[in-house]
Design a binder for this molecule. Structure first.
Ligand code: TXA
Ligand code: MG
Length: 298
């Protein structure tokens, strides 16, 4: 099994493709950071096949257990206090006292995690700061030659990364594939958010991220080169019927396509994006678009 012998294996999840390594193998985890050129202060999500595997790593309080029961397997990551004898490489957590854990639902991911029989650290399988991959071809575009294998499970169903929530204290850290409304309904209370990208509680929430080469201008009703939504047309349209699930599933692939069109059309490279409603998955979509449009830090 490649993961057990310290190799890097990219694999599909329902959100985006991950770049996996054995989370207990420090050298393998270091190789993830190197392949992505990811800053080492930005911790990784640990993927598990079962609740028992998660409970060997971290402490679950009542809220954590309720959320796991309601939404695992699925597009949600829980940030939980580490147990003393977790055995994870300290690189995975970037030295924090907490760990982000996720149980994906995608069938190939579940098969891989069950066979690997170890917790698998996996960030999105793209070079740091670039657009997340939702197909195996996207993974190879960015990381070919730097990883050992990629499992091809076709395009990802959800298309944006997992929602991240900490339970101690109870905070939403990243909008994602599980809408905040669903979390709040399960918890029976409204969620405080801790999404400030300048003082990140999820350290990966750097302002510029998911960045195409082209300049991106949001919330426009027209433009020469335009990514549309609903009635607001465009060369490409995230969802002509205005369906936010369809839009999320199309988001990263269409950002890549728009980037190519922009390079061909206006050299300098710029495209506009139609307004996306701020409800349900629209919050995650707008979050990713805002980062794609943010000034680059370099
Ligand atoms: O859908 C997903 O979550 C995908 C798939 C592959 O599972 N993974 C993913 O990983 O998006 P990545 O590395 O691109 O994003 C992980 C995020 C980062 O923002 C990181 O800062 C945050 O999780 N994170 C990890 N551990 C954390 C912790 N202990 N406390 C707070 N945030 C944490
Ligand atoms: Mg990422």
């Amino acid at each position: 099994m490649m993961l057990q012998s310290g190799r890097l294996v990219a694999f599909p999840t329902e959100t985006v493709y991950g770049l996996g390594a054995n989370a207990k193998d420090g050298d393998a985890v270091a190789a993830i950071y190197a392949a992505k050129t990811r800053p080492s202060f930005n911790p990784l999500i640990v993927h598990v096949a079962s609740l028992a595997q998660a409970e060997a790593l971290a402490r679950f309080d009542d809220n954590a257990r309720a959320l796991a029961q309601a939404f695992w397997p699925g597009p949600m990551s829980l940030v939980l206090p580490l147990k003393p004898d977790h055995g994870l490489s300290s690189l995975v957590t970037a030295g924090l006292e907490t760990v982000a854990i996720r149980m994906p639902a995608q069938p190939l991911a579940r098969k891989l995690l069950t066979l690997a029989d170890c917790p698998v650290a996996a960030p999105s399988a793209n070079p740091s700061g670039q657009i997340s991959p939702t197909t195996a071809a996207h993974v190879l575009d960015g990381l070919s030659g730097r990883i050992d294998a990629v499992l091809d499970g076709g395009p990802c169903d959800v298309g944006v990364e997992s929602t991240i929530i900490s339970t101690n204290p109870l905070r939403l850290l990243r909008h994602g594939g599980l809408p905040a409304e669903a979390l709040e309904a399960a918890l029976g209370c409204s969620l405080m958010q801790d999404l400030n990208p300048d003082i990140p509680a999820a350290p990966g929430q750097l302002t510029s991220h998911y960045a195409p080469d082209a300049q991106v201008v949001l919330n426009q009703l027209e433009g020469d080169l335009m990514l549309g939504f609903g009635d607001v047309g465009g060369q490409l349209n995230l969802s002509p019927s205005g369906d936010l699930h369809e839009a999320a599933a199309n988001l990263f692939a269409m950002l890549r396509q728009m980037d190519k069109l922009a390079k061909g059309a206006n050299g300098a490279g710029q495209f506009t994006v139609a307004p996306i409603p701020m409800t349900g998955l629209g919050l995650a979509i707008n979050d990713r678009l805002t980062r794609a449009a943010a000034p680059r830090s370099g």
